[in-house]
Design a protein around this ligand. Structure first.
Ligand code: 2M8
Length: 431
């Protein structure tokens, strides 16, 4: 796989970011704002890194799974012991948990890892076989998905897995979480140290009140010993992106199992089960997209966000649903393929803010996921337009964390790893 000649400067610039953010064993999302290893970031990073160094991409995932808990969960942050503990808040002394490998948080992030492992393997199968990459990763990936199924399936959730903190959605500050968060008492202002505001403008980041609520939820979960007593937690949500990714990741696990001579059938069956549960429990045919469901109230949360388009990732999506969700994506709320990046929140919605973290800006990872879903579902025309817009934006924004969805103006930090990694992946893969 090679990039076209004219794209060489962009590919080199992306590679420079990934090399600069490589720590020796994994890649930090950003040297300033996020100086540790993040779970789903590492999956997206591996997807790009495999084009530069398949071995580093393998190590990226192996290093994350080296901090996997005994119960199978893959922590959302693995703390770098060499980075001062006050460089990021909440740091290791807040979370108070260490595995044999490192201090970690007790939360998780969306399960993109099996997809990343399969893509990483396919970039250099011989090297991967020599290093025993799949035999090492497969049992760990199985244990990770088993944790979600065993511990995160609420009895009233129709078989879907739940998240227990906005940070677990990856779309931390989404308007979808406003109503469930309103039930949460923020910790007193003085207990939150906003390290993030030293690296990004306050207008691009969550408010102090929301941060106080994030910290309260995390402290409550920690004080329960990170035991998933779903009835005792305040924030328990069935999120469409998490579940669509789990269905897609089970599809990737089926490919991995088949490649290793193991039985792929249980993974295909699980993928189909989650697909059915998502279409029954979260998809709204009249609105043309999926909504999260609040397990505490049993009600859907009616904000239109990019997570609602993620049924496009489902390997077994029925054609009628595919066409409907695609029309929603192409419509006024998301303008898919016509904006700089796919907006994280409805362009016409009441809570839309084009510059604030997950409340409207476009992000490379969610846009890439939709691109990838469109390619896999045979929607190559729309996928090609989306890819062009993403590459234009990457050329103009300097690998920023997120951008104004229409103008492409950069927000958040610069030299952001998954922006660089996914740009590189797009350059290497024609639609
Ligand atoms: C953001 O989340 C972290 C907390 O995990 C933060 O705001 O401090 C989110 O965009 C999340 O999706 C991402 O994984 C993380 C690191 O890039 O940053």
């Amino acid at each position: 796989m090679t990039t076209a000649e004219g794209d060489a400067p962009l590919a080199h610039a992306a590679a420079r970011v990934l090399f600069a953010n490589w720590t020796g064993g994994y890649t930090v999302p950003s040297r300033s704002l996020y100086p540790h290893q993040w779970s789903w970031d590492s999956a997206f990073i591996a997807i790009g890194l495999r084009h530069l160094s398949p071995r580093r991409a393998q190590r990226e995932l192996e290093s994350l799974f080296g901090a996997q808990w005994a119960d199978g969960r893959v922590p959302h942050i693995v703390f770098d012991p060499a980075t001062p503990s006050d460089a990021y808040f909440p740091g290791p002394e807040f979370w108070r948990h260490s595995t044999a490998a490192a201090a970690t948080t007790g939360l998780v992030q969306p399960p993109v890892h099996a997809i990343a492992a399969w893509e990483t393997y396919r970039a250099a199968p011989d090297e991967a076989r020599r290093r025993g990459f799949l035999p090492r990763m497969y049992p760990r990936l199985v244990a990770w998905h088993a944790y979600l199924t065993r511990c995160r399936t609420p009895s009233t959730g129709g078989g879907l897995v739940a998240i227990v903190h906005p940070w677990e959605s990856g779309m931390d500050n989404s308007p979808s979480w406003d109503a469930p968060l309103a039930r949460v008492e923020p910790v007193p202002a003085g207990t939150v140290q906003r390290r993030d505001l030293q690296h990004a403008p306050a207008a691009d980041r969550p408010t102090d009140t929301d941060y106080g609520r994030y910290v309260r939820l995390a402290a409550d979960y920690r004080d329960l010993g990170y035991v998933d007593k779903l009835d005792a937690l305040d924030f328990v949500i069935l999120d469409p992106m998490t579940n669509a990714l789990l269905a897609a990741a089970e599809g990737a696990l089926a490919e991995i199992a088949a490649e290793m001579g193991a039985d792929p059938a249980p993974h295909r069956a699980r993928s189909a089960e989650i697909t059915d549960a998502l279409l029954t429990g979260l998809y709204d045919a009249d609105e043309g997209l999926a909504f999260p469901r609040d397990v505490r109230t049993g009600e859907p949360i009616h904000h239109r966000t990019v997570a609602g388009l993620m049924p496009l990732l489902l390997p077994g999506i029925p054609d009628a649903v595919l066409q409907t969700v695609l029309q929603t994506g192409l419509g006024a709320s998301f303008e898919l393929g016509r904006t700089a990046l796919v907006p994280s929140y409805d362009l016409t919605g009441p809570a839309f803010e084009p510059g604030r973290y997950w409340r409207g800006p476009g992000w490379f990872n969610t846009s890439w996921l939709l691109w990838r879903g469109l390619v896999d579902r045979g929607q190559t025309g729309v996928a090609a337009r989306l890819r062009e817009r993403m590459l234009d934006t990457a050329r103009r924004c300097g690998f920023r964390e997120y951008v104004h969805p229409i103008t492409g103006e950069g927000h958040g930090v610069g030299d952001f790893s998954w922006t660089a990694a996914l740009t590189l992946d797009l350059l290497h893969r024609r639609t």
